[in-house]
Ligand binder design. Structure first.
Ligand SMILES: [Zn+2]
Length: 377
């Protein structure tokens, strides 16, 4: 077996919840956890350079193996020295298989035991994703964390389909593990819909493979919020405490705070970047839409408590003007602010965990985000 640089250590724990402050070591540097991964699907975070991402506090980026394999192709990227060098990001990278997008975009043509047959959204060509091919693509990209192909059922979904997805996700994980050769760390994925029992079955099967880390998938797919929390919490219970836990594709700042308290360490979400392009900005006292007419003459920064380069220089009035004028700079500046908001939230959560004030910090942050605390307080 290849010797792998991937390590996870827990540096501090909250006494009242399962929250932990940790650190992941990879060949391309460390990731302080809990951590948020900006989404760089095709090898770029829309509108933001790798250097800016680093300055905003990003340590780990998420890319999509399926998208990159279609264009420009994994072999081309390998030929040019791997994804890190290709995209000019020298930090660690996590690659999602793209399975979730395949299932959610309904490009699905046929799902069988061997793999999933889909039609490319780029040129209509038939593509056949198998657990082995996904690993081969991720190893050609040279990423630090590899996500296997899984079977992600929709919500709502009948129990027999969820049972089938759990069994298939387990078998595909075993095939992925057998195909895995590189230095990168393979994570197991837990499915199981909204059934605590199927989640437990899926988590225990994944954990039996003794992998470097584990992810919980198939949540935030339309189920009620409280149910998502309940399932996230029970799934975490069945995963080993000494491995990082990644909750895939979630969520709002409030969600991240709740999930950190359940013992999750890694997160990714398109909200900060996608919302930015629609003029929706995160602030400590809740979300604002910068396109709103009430900001037309507002000279204050987007978020008076933000330390990002956008809030240091620009007013709400100017950002509103850029957004309603459809300027490219609008998306760039809004994305920088929103990503800094998410990345600063994670750094504040880590500091609160180190200093033993996680409960105080989180109850205040949740109240502020809900607009229950005035800025002057
Ligand atoms: Zn800002």
């Amino acid at each position: 077996m290849t010797s792998r640089p991937f390590r996870f250590e827990v540096l501090a724990r909250d006494a009242q919840s399962r929250a932990r402050r940790g650190r992941i070591a990879t060949a391309r540097g460390a990731v302080d956890t809990p951590a948020f991964m900006p989404v760089a699907t095709v090898g770029a975070v829309k509108g933001v350079t790798p250097q800016e991402l680093r300055q905003l506090g990003a340590e780990l980026l998420l890319v999509n193996a399926y998208h990159l394999s279609l264009r420009p192709g994994a072999e081309l990227i390998a030929e040019l020295g791997g994804l890190s060098s290709f995209m000019g990001w020298d930090g660690p990278i996590l690659s999602d298989s793209g399975g979730f997008q395949v299932f959610s975009l309904a490009e699905l043509v046929n799902l069988g035991e061997d793999g999933v047959r889909i039609r490319s959204h780029l040129d209509g060509s038939m593509q056949f994703l198998t657990p082995e091919r996904v690993i081969a693509v991720e190893e050609a990209l040279g990423v630090d964390i590899l996500m296997p192909l899984d079977d992600c059922p929709p919500y709502p979904c009948d129990r027999s389909r969820v049972e089938e997805a759990v069994a298939r996700t387990g078998r595909w994980l075993e095939r992925s593990r057998a195909a895995w050769r590189s230095e990168g760390a393979l994570f197991g994925i837990v499915q199981g819909g909204v059934s605590p029992e199927l989640r437990a079955r899926s988590a225990e099967r994944a954990a039996s493979l003794d992998l470097p880390g584990y992810a919980v998938g198939g949540l935030s797919v339309g189920e009620p919020r409280e149910l998502c929390y309940e399932i996230a919490s029970s799934s975490a219970d069945h995963l080993p405490v000494d491995r990082p836990r990644y909750l895939m594709g979630t969520g709002t700042p409030q969600d991240l705070i709740r999930l950190v308290s359940m013992g999750y360490d890694l997160f990714d979400c398109v909200l900060p970047t996608r919302n930015a392009r629609n003029g929706s900005l995160f602030t400590a006292s809740g979300r604002i839409n910068i396109r709103n007419a009430r900001f037309a003459r507002d000279p204050s920064p987007p978020d008076p408590r933000c330390d990002c380069p956008v809030c240091a220089r620009f007013s709400r009035a100017y950002l509103r003007h850029l957004s309603v004028s459809g300027e490219l700079l609008s998306a760039v500046l809004n994305t920088i602010h929103n990503l800094r908001f998410y990345l600063r939230l994670m750094s504040e959560l880590r500091a609160a965990l180190e200093q033993g004030r996680f409960p105080v910090y989180t109850s205040r942050a949740l109240a502020e985000l809900a607009g229950e605390v005035r800025e002057t307080e």
